[in-house]
Ligand binder design. Sequence first.
Ligand SMILES: [Zn+2]
Length: 116
Amino acid sequence: MKKTLNCHLLQSTPTETDIVPATDRFIEVKTLVDESHIIRRILKCKECEQLYLYEFYEEIDWAEGNDPQYRTFVPVETVEKAEIMNKIYKPGFITALPRLQFDFLQNGTKTIAWFR
Ligand SMILES: [Zn+2]
């Protein structure tokens, strides 16, 4: 049976404090990738136990330490599904739908948006 995705994060566009720092809002289920500028984890929402494949990716441009940061949250039904997606998508480039994208660009612009 297909599990319904019903996390509060799915119902609207979250604010920054709803999702960052991830450790405040989510329980870490499993770390898939942990390298200096890329982290991939399976997270569980503390409120509703919805699972997410989470990726943090920092682009290195060697300029003054304000490198662009990208965070992606993809709701997933199971840990197994997250692990499959981890193999399909190359680091720094998860394009699965739906996904919540939190981008912190070099010019200081922050955008949070769902892609569905
Ligand atoms: Zn939730």
